[in-house]
Design a protein around this ligand. Structure first.
Ligand SMILES: *Cc1c(COP(=O)(O)O)cnc(C)c1O
Length: 195
């Protein structure tokens, strides 16, 4: 379970760390850096996931703070990640985001392009792609989207499936989620309207 702590201050996160939870998700590189560099000094064994869009000019910073990058969705970003892994001599676990609903405003590779994109990332670039992530369209039953993600993961022989949020994680688990991303159900409502 990834506790999604975006928008919540360190004081809200510390009780979870004190209870022993170690896996967290953040949407923004800047915010994650400010909160998690100090928290990492106090608590060991933290696993931080980037679950929001990543700009290529933030790749170096993102690789410096995150253990898992869940939002790889384009060639230019794949190349930037590869270059940064070579430069710093270590890599991060990568998930490819799939836009299962093919929503124009949403990030992610289109399902029909997923197989070739994943193959290119793994075989041409040698990136450690370990799974897939999706965010189903708001207001639609999520099950078909989880089923589609599961199918693509199976076709590509990828073990990790990051799917399911506060409102639909039970369904996601039924469809084989290995990672659920839970914000509101743990921390309560976020104040800001931004995703
Ligand atoms: C904010 C966010 C979540 C958590 O959503 P909740 O509904 O608050 O559980 C999960 N995944 C992504 C990609 C998010 O941006």
């Amino acid at each position: 379970m990834i506790a999604v702590s975006k928008t919540h201050a360190a004081e809200r996160i510390i009780p979870l760390l004190e209870e022993g939870h170690r896996v967290f998700g953040e949407s923004r590189v800047q915010e994650a850096r400010a909160k998690w560099l100090p928290l990492r000094e106090r608590f060991g064994g933290i696993e931080l996931h980037l679950i929001g869009p990543l700009q290529t000019n933030k790749v170096r910073e993102a690789v410096g703070i995150f253990d898992v990058i869940q939002t790889l969705d384009r060639q230019k970003l794949a190349e930037a990640l590869k270059a940064e892994f070579v430069r710093c001599g270590s890599s991060r676990t990568i998930l490819v985001q799939v836009n299962t609903g093919e929503e124009p405003q949403k990030a992610g590779v289109a399902p029909r392009n997923a197989l070739s994109f994943i193959a290119w990332c793994r075989d041409e670039l040698g990136l450690p792609v370990h799974g897939l992530m999706c965010i189903p369209p708001v207001g639609q039953p999520p099950a078909p989207h989880f089923a589609l993600l599961k199918k693509i993961a199976r076709d590509c022989d990828l073990p990790f499936l990051s799917m399911g949020m506060s409102d639909d994680f039970e369904t996601a688990i039924r469809f084989g989620a290995t990672h659920v991303r839970i914000g509101t159900a743990i921390f309560g409502a976020r104040e800001s309207a931004r995703p």
